[in-house]
Write a protein that binds this ligand. Structure first.
Ligand SMILES: [Zn+2]
Length: 463
């Protein structure tokens, strides 16, 4: 079996992966703050984890995957007031939409999806440990982490002390001893949500939530912590400092998680997606227009560490590729079994190279080409490999006739004939053999079929 190699943000290099516990790999990915629809950028971290977990399951006996829900946060409180909706109702609604969106993208649900509000006691325990160990102090009803007590602070993000402060407000809150210190617990008013604690009625800081929930569900250290590059600083840097500090392990930077994976951001026609530019693309809206599998393929077509440019063109390309694959599958008689054989070695090998999904998709395309030229037994073997490889990538999950939208319209024998002609015509057009492609068009017209060539490929209907 191929050796899995992953780019570790903690060491800034690709490393051989070896699990802490033999044959049981533990993965944690920061989940969403649920107060609005998730945008397409929010889909990338869980999709990267989905591919990672699918691959790990091929390589190891047991995998536990955890991704949280942040259901207490200042943005949630503000939205609840603004929309006059109780917090629990607001967060439950968007948690459900998020999970349904990911399901439509073919992302499997985590083994555990802890909610922050169910882990307040664990957070209080961790803050107490930090205070006892001298890493946290109490000031004006707040509890703060004292960054200077953790000398390795900055190692994950590679920021020095000045850069750590970059972007923070010029005016430093009066309760902070040092501008770099961050909140572990803050006071709530009687109108705000809160919990009783040794430091008064209040609520946790965001960074602390992940430290408490990952420890509760996976134990520390665990193997892989992942999330978007935008979380490296300060969120992940702070998680790391808190978890090491709470356990008195400030010298061991691997005490919390051994490998840190970070995905690149999504750009929108070259621009950053942002509220101010008004170019935010919500998954929910995209799913009204496109099949989730098309969106999944767009996201997998760029390596996870690279920025991904979201464009209409990339959606159409993915649509076209899947249409072609489904059209090929449609020609096959009988049910196609999905996981009869192990996934092709070349696809596993590509994914083992730091989750190189573009390479893996390329290999899948090659198998499809080979399939079209193969005969007899070899054809069957290639088909099993294709289906198993596609299943590993979470693609080709639908019935070809459903994908192509051809149920109940025509007799299936006639449908296959039409599909065959369209595929032949596509081939001739690609070869610029217009004489043959026109001849096929005439044949189709004679059969009462009208065709239309679009950027997504050829569409047809019975006249
Ligand atoms: Zn987190």
């Amino acid at each position: 079996m191929a050796q899995l190699r992953l780019y570790n943000s903690l060491t800034n290099r690709k490393e051989d992966f070896s699990p802490i516990e033999n044959d049981h790999v533990k993965v944690y990915t920061c989940g969403p703050t649920v107060y609005n629809f998730a945008h397409i950028g929010n889909a990338r971290p869980p999709l990267v984890s989905d591919i990672l977990v699918r691959l790990l399951k091929q390589l190891y006996k047991e995998v536990t995957y955890v991704s949280n829900i942040t259901d207490i946060d200042d943005k949630i409180i503000a939205t609840s007031i603004e929309q006059k909706v109780p917090i629990a109702e607001l967060t439950k609604k968007y948690e459900n939409v998020y999970n349904q969106n990911l399901k439509d993208l073919g992302v499997a649900k985590p083994d555990h999806q802890p909610r922050a509000t169910d882990h307040i006691q664990e957070m209080i325990v961790q803050i107490k440990e930090l205070v006892d160990n001298g890493h946290a102090y109490i000031s004006e009803g707040h509890v703060l982490f004292s960054v200077k007590t953790f000398p390795k602070y900055g190692q994950l993000s590679g920021r020095d002390k000045d850069q750590q402060l970059h972007g923070s407000r010029v005016e430093v809150a009066s309760y902070k001893n040092d501008p770099a210190d961050f909140i572990l617990w803050k006071p709530s008013t009687s109108e705000q949500p809160g919990w009783d604690s040794p430091w008064g009625f209040g609520r946790p800081g965001w960074h602390l939530e992940c430290s408490a929930m990952s420890q509760k569900t996976l134990g520390v250290p665990f193997d892989i912590h992942s999330g978007g590059q935008d979380l490296i600083f300060p969120h992940h840097e702070n998680e790391l400092a808190q978890s090491c500090g709470a356990h008195g392990e400030i010298e061991d930077i691997n005490h919390y998680a051994k490998y840190w994976l970070h995905n690149g951001m999504i750009k929108f026609d070259g621009d950053k997606m942002s509220k101010s530019l008004g170019n935010i693309v919500y998954i929910n809206d995209l799913l009204k227009k496109y099949n989730g599998e098309v969106l999944r393929l767009v996201l997998l077509s760029t390596h996870y560490r690279q920025p991904l440019n979201w464009s209409k063109k990339s959606i159409l390309q993915s649509q076209k590729m899947l249409d072609k694959m489904y059209r090929t599958l449609y020609q096959i008689d009988g049910e196609v079994s999905k996981e009869a054989v192990s996934p092709p070695k070349e696809i596993i090998k590509a994914l083992c190279d730091d989750l190189n999904t573009p390479e893996a998709i390329g290999k899948l395309n090659i198998l499809f080409n080979d399939f079209q030229h193969a005969k007899g037994k070899q054809k069957n073997e290639l088909l099993s490999q294709i289906m198993s490889g596609a299943s590993l990538l979470g693609l080709l999950n639908q019935k070809p006739e459903n994908w192509l939208g051809y149920q109940n319209e025509m007799d299936s024998k006639d449908l296959k004939e039409v599909e065959k002609l369209i595929m032949d015509r596509d081939k001739y057009r690609l070869e610029k053999n217009y004489k043959m492609s026109d001849q096929i068009r005439d044949e189709l017209t004679a059969l009462g079929i009208e065709i239309e060539d679009s950027p997504q490929g050829t569409k047809w209907r019975k006249t």
